[in-house]
Design a protein around this ligand. Sequence first.
Ligand code: KG4
Ligand code: ZN
Length: 336
Amino acid sequence: MKILAIESSCDETAVAIVENGRKVITNQIYTQITIHKKFGGVVPEIASRNHVEKLPFVLDNALKDASMTLNDIDAFAVTQGPGLIGALLVGVSAAKAISYASGKPLIPVHHIEGHIAANYLDHPGLEPPFLCLVVSGGHTNLIHVKDYTQFDILGSTYDDAAGEAYDKVARVLGFPYPGGPQIDAAAKTGDPDAFDFPRALSDKDNDDFSFSGLKSAVLNTINAKKMKGEIYRKEDIAASFQNAVIDVLVDKTMNCAKRLGVNKIAMAGGVSANKGLRLAMGEAADGLGAKLYYPSPVLCTDNAAMIGSMAYYNYQIGKIAKLDLAADPSLAIGES
Ligand code: KG4
Ligand code: ZN
């Protein structure tokens, strides 16, 4: 079954064709990063307008790259939410139009469920159940993936998402948007023990996260240094901040995996592209005798291939949209 999927929840206009939930035929991504960079973050109205302008071309490129026409596609899929409402509406409207015109089914997909499914594209042997750490710009969750379409949310963030904390700290350090990859790179040459930043909610039985205290501690440290005229290395701040984030993510994930007794751990979302996190999580999983999975970097950040994968499993349980499908900016996991 060949599914053509559209993703437009934030600042990537993406179209992919995926076969049977596992094989990427084409994965086209137009990123608006250069446009939003000058504003230091995503401007929702600009994002929507760019989706309207670019989506027809990205769709065309996907079909050309796959040497296919719409006749070769069996079903269409789209990110229903969560995300920016104006941005989501562009993808949902386009998907509804193509589905109506072709008379083929339309499958709604939850963006975060898509991030989790990105793992199926790179790991043909991976099947649920497994524990997944979702770390993106908008979400930080520990999720027990019981089956392809059954999710138990065990932990969430009380405040900032991990990626959001990365982006805010990066902005104060003077790095361009998106800050995650910049901090990741700077951390390589910094001292991770230069500053002792807080690790929140380190209680073993708590699967929740909090990053706003860490973010404030970093900002206060930088301000105090500036006021005293003390020199500091950006790399040391980046490495110490990253060290604190990784410590919390790894500890929480391992405690949760031990308690559940799972031997498969996956990561998903933009922050799972982080090199330091991948290394530390790999070592910790080895120590637990568990296998660690994460997607290749291009499938960690926003893309439509992950939506095409998740759509296949939604289709299997009859999750098919009608033409009154509405974009939902705060769609809950398990509700698409
Ligand atoms: O999953 P994603 O592309 O979009 C959302 O659904 O939010 O995640 C974007 C987030 C941004 O906050 C970005 O800074 C972060 O992922 N990110 C990283 C890295 N690459 C992207 N954070 C840390 N290290 C990275 N290498
Ligand atoms: Zn995302």
